[in-house]
Design a protein around this ligand. Structure first.
Ligand code: PLP
Length: 358
């Protein structure tokens, strides 16, 4: 790979001094936070795409419908106003800032025809006033719906490739071609699940802390390319929270996702000036791939039930591919008595509701 192409594909590595942990009051508890790393996080530039904190709602009717158990909360990242919201907005705030700093005039990313990440990347490009190329595995839909429809409205260019296996080669070829044309492409890896992208969720944990009197005992969320979980885990480390973060796979085996999450957590530690190993080993990585069923995007009986219960009890909408399977896991855990009645379980809604219209 040529140097210039390699540079366009490389996430930034930024190292700073390792700070000393210190004790800081959090409501009535005293917990450990990493002051230097938190100030590095605050100092990292991002493009503001969030209108403010997303709501945290109680889910009393869902709780009653599944037979009681722990207090259930939902963090409403589905309600982010920008481009129909979802977890990708938080990650792309940071990635977009780097693209702007690099002088990019075209964003490139990869994903399936109905990728939520591709839709938000196309929207970010529109907001920044730059072009967008989506390298899309799959076939052109006869009649674009949902995310594919929105990508067209946003003016994204779409290059179709037959399968996921061709993604890497197609990206290198596109970057080379665009550079030869005198353009300044900026490549965003799958799901923006880089350490830089994960900072969006590390910051989101601070947002949550400011909204609650006590941190939740458990966070359950949908996971795939690992950036959301890595950011949440990094955020709990930064704020010294005892909260468990459980990622529910929408596709890959748990070991593959956990290993990616671990790498990104280490990368976050490096970006914020901590020795990577110490930062990553500070918290276990919990991934459950037991709710995928027959595969990516294929509903299961449990995900269908979760989808209907969420809509009928809380007027909350979860998509087949990701968030319905994560909510199905949460419901199964509660029914199995895995949490005490005195515990708080927070479902971090990662969006994806556009997929309901595919
Ligand atoms: C709605 C939704 N939830 C969850 C995920 C998984 O997040 P991550 O890729 O950060 O693991 C994705 C994307 O892959 C998504 O689109």
């Amino acid at each position: 790979m040529r140097g210039k192409v390699a540079a366009a594909l490389q996430p930034r590595a930024r190292l700073a001094q390792f700070g000393q942990p210190f004790l800081q009051p959090f409501q009535e508890q005293t917990i450990l936070t990493l002051s230097h790393e938190l100030s590095e996080l605050s100092a990292t530039p991002f493009v503001s795409l969030m209108a403010g904190p997303t709501p945290v709602d109680e889910m009393p009717r869902l709780r009653a419908a599944i037979g009681g158990g722990p207090r259930l909360l939902v963090k409403r990242d589905d309600a982010i106003p920008f481009a129909f919201g979802g977890n990708k907005v938080r990650k792309l705030e940071y990635v977009a800032a780097e693209a702007v700093a690099a002088g990019a005039d075209i964003l490139i990313t990869v994903g399936g025809v109905q990728s939520n990440h591709a839709r938000v990347t196309a929207a970010v490009a529109a907001r920044l006033g730059v072009r967008c190329l989506l390298i899309t595995n799959g076939s052109p839909p006869a009649r674009p719906t949902a995310n594919a429809l929105i990508n067209g409205l946003l003016g994204a260019e779409i290059e179709y490739i037959p399968s996921r296996d061709e993604r890497a080669g197609a990206v290198v070829a596109a970057v080379e071609r665009l550079q030869q044309e005198g353009r300044r492409p900026y490549f965003i890896p799958l799901g923006a699940s880089t350490p830089l992208g994960a900072l969006g969720f590390a910051r989101a944990v601070g947002e949550l802390v400011a909204q609650l009197n006590e941190p939740p005992d458990v966070i359950v969320h949908a996971g795939s390319s690992g950036g959301t979980q890595a950011g949440l885990v990094a955020g709990t480390i930064l704020h010294g929270l005892p909260t468990r973060v459980i990622g529910i796979s929408g596709d890959d085996p748990a070991s593959a996702i956990a290993s990616k999450v671990g790498q990104v957590v280490m990368g976050v530690g490096q970006l914020l000036g901590s020795p990577g190993d110490a930062f990553a080993s500070a918290s276990p990585i919990e991934v459950d791939a037991g709710f995928v069923g027959d595969g990516y995007g294929i509903p299961t009986d449990q995900s269908r039930e979760a989808q209907q219960l969420a809509a009928r009890t809380e007027a909350l909408f979860v998509d087949h591919t990701y968030s319905a399977k994560a909510l199905a896991a949460l419901i199964a855990y509660v029914r199995a008595g895995r949490f005490g009645d005195d515990e708080t379980v927070l479902f971090w809604h990662t969006g994806g509701q556009v997929g309901l219209f595919a």
